[in-house]
Write a protein that binds this ligand. Structure first.
Ligand code: SAM
Length: 245
């Protein structure tokens, strides 16, 4: 398909990714529920619970590729009145949906939405206590650059956390998962969002993402310490983490 990334050069990749999320922004949340059978909520709960914003002291959190705000809302709610969450995303449509959802939830005061590229964050060194990126790093063309930026904007003692699709390594489940990904996902995309192509891109990008071991090595290479990876749901997703020490 013309969405197959193999032929697409690195700098064109971002353009493709942006098209996908411009197209799906308004249906994005519904699609997540449909395609993951609601599981993405459980994964995000587990993920966000790893961030421990202070109940009393100031806590500056950065959620990159934050899209419509799911992870940011969870962290903002867990923190105290001096918790501030910055949602950074390259796509203004996703941020618009996120800002609307934030005000519906009465969370505007704790949240800031910023249009920004994960590869070149418009923040100073050491500004944040923690950094999250959920289902985002896979879309970034230069992952090493994004990891370097994560390291830069975190303070010493700050935590890096990444939630991303990984690779299913259980017999039978791997085949069920492949069949579901390659046939059902684009089909649901076509019916609900009117176009299957963006969802074929999604499935391809999951398949091409590095293994959990390799990705952990990349995180360590960016400078992080005590790098860890935990697989959930048989490897459908993984939580990677590290500390800036
Ligand atoms: N974190 C949200 C969640 O879990 O629901 C949104 C995830 S969505 C699958 C991926 C997001 O990554 C999109 O909102 C997209 O615009 C954003 N994105 C893609 N490339 C990016 C980049 N280079 N920098 C920042 N955000 C990017």
């Amino acid at each position: 398909t013309h969405f197959g990334e193999r032929q697409v050069r690195l700098d064109e990749k971002q353009g493709l990714v942006d098209d996908v999320f411009h197209k799906v922004a308004d249906r994005y949340d519904v699609m997540n529920d449909l395609m993951s059978f609601g599981l993405h909520r459980v994964w995000k709960d587990i993920f966000a619970a790893k961030v421990h914003p202070s109940a009393t002291r100031a806590f500056a959190h950065l959620d990159v590729a934050g899209g419509t705000g799911d992870v940011a809302f969870r962290i903002a709610r867990a923190g105290g009145p001096r918790t501030r969450v910055t949602v950074a995303d390259i796509n203004a449509d996703m941020l618009r949906v996120g800002a609307e959802r934030a005000s519906k939830r009465g969370l505007d005061e704790r949240l800031t939405f910023v249009e920004a590229n994960a590869e070149e964050l418009p923040f100073g060194d050491g500004e944040f206590d923690a950094y999250t990126i959920a289902f985002g790093i896979r879309n970034v063309p230069r992952i090493e650059k994004a990891l370097g930026e994560a390291f830069r904007v975190l303070r010493r003692g700050g935590r890096f956390l990444c939630l991303e699709f990984s690779h299913v390594d259980l017999p039978v489940l791997d085949r069920v998962y492949d069949a579901y990904s390659y046939t059902a996902i684009p089909a649901i995309g076509k019916v609900v969002a009117g176009d299957g192509a963006p969802y074929r891109y999604l499935v391809e990008s999951i398949r091409k993402f590095p293994s959990a071991d390799l990705f952990a090595d990349m995180i360590a290479a960016a400078g992080f310490s005590r790098v860890d990876a935990v697989k959930l749901s048989g490897g459908v997703v993984a939580i990677h983490s590290g500390w800036k020490l």
